[in-house]
Design a protein around this ligand. Structure first.
Ligand code: PFF
Length: 464
C-alpha cells in the first residue's frame, strides 16, 4: 500500500494544539467529570483519575498522535499502513474499526447532552433561572429530559450543527473558533468558581474534592450492607481516555494533519494540562454549590444542569452569564463532536471514495438515529423493562464506549508503538533532544500503560 500524504495540514503547531484542545475540552470536563466524581465519592476518585491521566493517558496521547502523523491517513488505513511498514499483521487495522464504532456510540449520546445545553441557553435568556432553588432547578431539568419531543428536537438541532461543519471539512474555521472560545470558557468557569467561593459552601466543596478516602471509594453500600467494588477504578480510567479524546482515532486523525517539524511531546503535555485544569475548575465551581443548596452529589447526568442555574439565578447579571456559559459549553461540545465524527468520515472519504458531504451525512445520520434511543432513555425508555445490567440505553453506550472500547483502543495503541513497531518509529517522529524524556515515555507506554489498563480490566471483572 502506498502512503497517501494528506494534502492539507494544520497551518501551525499552534493550530493543531488548539484543535486538539477543542476536541479534548468538552462535555467530558464540565458535565461528566463533576457528575462521576459526585457518584464516586470525591477526592480519592479524582486522585485515581489524575494518576490515570499522567501514567496512562498522556503516554498514550503521545503515541496516538505519533501514529497519526507517521501514517497521515484515516485510522483504519493508518494502522494497515503502519503494520505493513513495521512488518506485522495487518490485523492491527481492527484498532481503526473499533475506534469508528466507538465514535458512533459516543456521538449518539454526546449529542443528546449537547442538546440540553442549547435548551439551557434558551432557558437562561427567557429568565427561567431567576430565583431557582435546589428543588425548582431539579424540576426544570426533569421537565426537559422528561419530554422526548424536546430531547429529540435539540438532539437533531445539535447534529445539524455538527453536520454543517464536518461536511465542509474540519480545518475550516476550527482554529479561529477555539482560540477565542476556550479562554472564554475558562474565564467563565473562573467567574463561577469565585462566585462559588462566596455563595457556596466552599470549604466543604473543596474538602470533598481534595480529601481522599480510599476506603469509602471502593465500597458499594446499599443500606447497611457494603461490599467491595472495583468499578471506580474502571470509571476513572475510562474517563481519562474519554476526556483526552483517546483510543478511538480522533487524536490520530488530528495528528495526521500535523506538520512534520512540530513537537508532539510538548503539544501533548499542553493538551493534557489544559484539559485537566478545566475539569478541576468545573469541579471547584460546582461542588461548593452542591453543598450549599442541599443537592445530591450522586445526582448523575443532571448534576451540572441542576447546580449551575441556581448560581446564575442569584448572581448579579446572572441571566447574561448563564446564557454566555451555556453557549460556550455548546461550542466546546461542538468542537469535540466534530472530532468524534472525523475518524469515520476520514475513512469513508479516504478509503471508500465517498464525497465529504455524503460521508458526513452517513455518519451523522447513523449517530442521529442511534441517538434517538439516548433521548428516550430519560423518558419513555427509562423504566426497568428497558434496562440492561441496571443501565439505560444511554448509560450502556457511555459505559461500553468510555470504559471498555476506548481503554481497549489505548491498550492496542500502546502495544503497537511499544512492542510491535520498531523503536525507530517513535524516535524519528518524536525527535526528542533529551534521551531521558524519551526513555521515560517509552517505559510508560511499554509497561505502565498496558499493564495498568489490563490490571484495571481484570479488576473490574473480578479476576484480580
Ligand atoms: N474529549 C471530549 C470531552 O471531554 O468532552 C469527548 C471526546 C471527544 C471523546 C473525542 C472521544 C473523542 F474521540
Amino acid at each position: 500500500m502506498t502512503k497517501q500524504t494528506q494534502q492539507v495540514l494544520w497551518s501551525t503547531r499552534f493550530a493543531f494544539i488548539l484543535a486538539a484542545i477543542g476536541s479534548a475540552i468538552g462535555l467530558g470536563n464540565v458535565w461528566k467529570f463533576p457528575y462521576i466524581t459526585g457518584e464516586n465519592g470525591g477526592g480519592a476518585f479524582i486522585l485515581l483519575y489524575l494518576a490515570c491521566i499522567a501514567l496512562i493517558g498522556l503516554p498514550v496521547l503521545v503515541a496516538e498522535i505519533t501514529l497519526g502523523r507517521r501514517a497521515r491517513q484515516n485510522p483504519v488505513s493508518a494502522m494497515q499502513f503502519l503494520a505493513q511498514e513495521e512488518g506485522v499483521t495487518s490485523g492491527w487495522r481492527l484498532l481503526g474499526w473499533m475506534g469508528t464504532f466507538a465514535g458512533v456510540l459516543i456521538l449518539s449520546f454526546y449529542s443528546v447532552v449537547a442538546g440540553w445545553t442549547i435548551a439551557y441557553v434558551i432557558e437562561a435568556v427567557s429568565g427561567s433561572f431567576t430565583g431557582l432553588t435546589g428543588e425548582t432547578s431539579g424540576a426544570l431539568f426533569g421537565d426537559l429530559i422528561g419530554s422526548w419531543e424536546e430531547g429529540l428536537l435539540w438532539h437533531t438541532f445539535f447534529m445539524l450543527l455538527v453536520l454543517f461543519v464536518v461536511a465542509r471539512g474540519v480545518r475550516h474555521g476550527l482554529e479561529r473558533l477555539v482560540v477565542i472560545l476556550m479562554p472564554l470558557l475558562f474565564g467563565m468557569l473562573l467567574v463561577l468558581a469565585v462566585y462559588a467561593a462566596f455563595a457556596g459552601d466552599f470549604l466543604k466543596g473543596l474538602g470533598y474534592m481534595f480529601n481522599a478516602d480510599f476506603q469509602a471509594l471502593f465500597q458499594k453500600c446499599e443500606g447497611e450492607a457494603c461490599e467491595f467494588t472495583a468499578e471506580p477504578l474502571l470509571v476513572a480510567m475510562g474517563h481519562a481516555f474519554f476526556t483526552l479524546s483517546l483510543g478511538m482515532g480522533a487524536m490520530m486523525v488530528y495528528g495526521s494533519y500535523l506538520p512534520k517539524q512540530a513537537s508532539i511531546m510538548n503539544s501533548a503535555i499542553v493538551i493534557a494540562l489544559a484539559d485537566t485544569l478545566v475539569a478541576l475548575l468545573a469541579g471547584i465551581a460546582i461542588f461548593p454549590l452542591v453543598f450549599a443548596n442541599g443537592l445530591q452529589l450522586g445526582a448523575g447526568p443532571g448534576l451540572v444542569f441542576v447546580t449551575l442555574p441556581i448560581a446564575f439565578g442569584s448572581m448579579p447579571a446572572g441571566l447574561l452569564f448563564g446564557a454566555i456559559f451555556f453557549v460556550l459549553l455548546l461550542f466546546a461540545a461542538w468542537t469535540s463532536a466534530i472530532s468524534i465524527s472525523e475518524p469515520m468520515i476520514a475513512w469513508l472519504t479516504g478509503k471508500r471514495g465517498l464525497s465529504r458531504v455524503s460521508a458526513s451525512l452517513l455518519v451523522i445520520g447513523v449517530a442521529w438515529f442511534v441517538g434517538i434511543g439516548s433521548v428516550l432513555s430519560f423518558n419513555l425508555w427509562s423504566g426497568e423493562t428497558y434496562q440492561l445490567f441496571g443501565k439505560t440505553f444511554f448509560d450502556l453506550k457511555d459505559y461500553l464506549a468510555s470504559n471498555i472500547l476506548l481503554p481497549l483502543g489505548g491498550l492496542m495503541i500502546a502495544i503497537f508503538i511499544g512492542w510491535a513497531a520498531h523503536r525507530r518509529l517513535s524516535e524519528e517522529e518524536l525527535a526528542l533532544q533529551n534521551p531521558a524524556v524519551f526513555g521515560l515515555w517509552r517505559w510508560l507506554v511499554r509497561y505502565v500503560a498496558p499493564l495498568g489498563i489490563i490490571l484495571v480490566f481484570l479488576n473490574a471483572i473480578g479476576i484480580f
